[in-house]
Design a protein around this ligand. Structure first.
Ligand SMILES: *[C@@H]1O[C@H](CO)[C@@H](O)[C@H](O)[C@H]1NC(C)=O
Length: 282
């Protein structure tokens, strides 16, 4: 086996920095994935499906379950790594959690992950679209998008220093979530280092219209939606009262980022690396 310098650096720095889900005062951990295993291993197939053959936004990647696109680092992290073949074909990966979690009535539920990006410069990331997000489990039994509900903890495009948290819901186009825009907000992301992305459902009011979903970057709030802002109890229920599952992926090209250009490069410098994903409840 031959390692490139960047591969060795990626492994070494992963070994030095893997973070596990912190304990948070008053909360218990309902579920966690810490991505332990040997370098090059596949993720746990009881926890994750590597989903193939999805191109929902005119994105151009071929998703694979090859360990050149999705692997355990050996240092307690997951690495999603876009690759471009000599023939110019882009491959990448999309993991979906097999489990789904429902924010419990009367409680606060938090979804959280710790993520960094490959250190290649922004000028080499045209077309990259990494995301940490959730979809309503009802889509697995035939409910359409966006009625199933979608909550994006974090998306970035083209390596730009901005990330987005967004809810999609209701009918398309338009509807209470203003599709296809959704109800979202942007936050500055000035480096590719490790950051904690969290989303919290607060159902402690026992009144759907005053319930909230709040987005945080490193504990700082950057977006919030409320039941009353959505204004429809059934549609709010698809975002806040129903089971949702996690997705970790790097799409390439498509409607939002636009396609890669000649300067876009794959490999570890373009990866999304995930130290953990966890669900908490208080
Ligand atoms: C529920 O919350 C809404 C929005 O905050 C408020 O207007 C309404 O009075 C509340 N209903 C009850 C029964 O407390």
């Amino acid at each position: 086996m031959r390692f490139t310098t960047s591969a060795i650096l990626a492994i070494l720095s992963a070994l030095g920095s893997a973070v596990t889900p912190p304990s948070i005062d008053g909360y218990s951990i309902v579920w966690k994935e810490e991505f332990w295993g040997g370098a090059g291993d596949s993720v746990s197939s009881s926890n994750w499906d590597a989903v193939l053959g999805i191109n929902t936004n005119n994105d151009i990647q071929t998703y694979t379950d090859s360990n050149s696109n999705v692997q355990i680092s050996g240092g307690g992290t997951l690495q999603l790594v876009p690759q471009k073949s000599d023939a110019g074909i882009w491959t990448s990966a999309r993991l979906e959690s097999t489990g789904s979690w429902t924010p419990a009535a009367g409680k606060t539920t938090r979804a959280q992950g710790n993520i960094r990006f490959g250190s290649n410069s922004q000028s080499t990331k045209q077309g990259m679209w990494p995301a940490f997000w959730m979809l309503g489990d009802s889509i697995r039994s035939g409910t359409g998008w966006p009625m199933c509900g979608e909550l994006d903890l974090m998306e970035t495009v083209n390596g730009l220093p901005t990330a987005y948290g967004t809810a999609h819901c209701g009918t398309y186009p338009g509807g209470v979530c203003n599709e296809p825009t959704g109800k979202g907000n942007a936050v500055a992301l000035n480096d590719y280092d490790w950051h904690t992305w969290s989303m919290e459902w607060d159902r402690t009011s026992n009144n759907w219209s005053s319930e909230t979903i709040t987005w945080y970057l490193d504990g700082n709030q950057f977006h919030q939606i409320t039941g009353s802002g959505v204004g429809d109890e059934a549609i709010w229920g698809t975002l806040a009262h129903s089971p949702m599952y996690f997705i970790l992926n790097i799409a390439i090209g498509g409607d939002w980022p636009g396609n890669p250009n000649d300067a876009t490069v794959g490999g570890y410098g373009a990866m999304m690396e995930v130290a953990y994903v966890a669900v908490y409840q208080k």
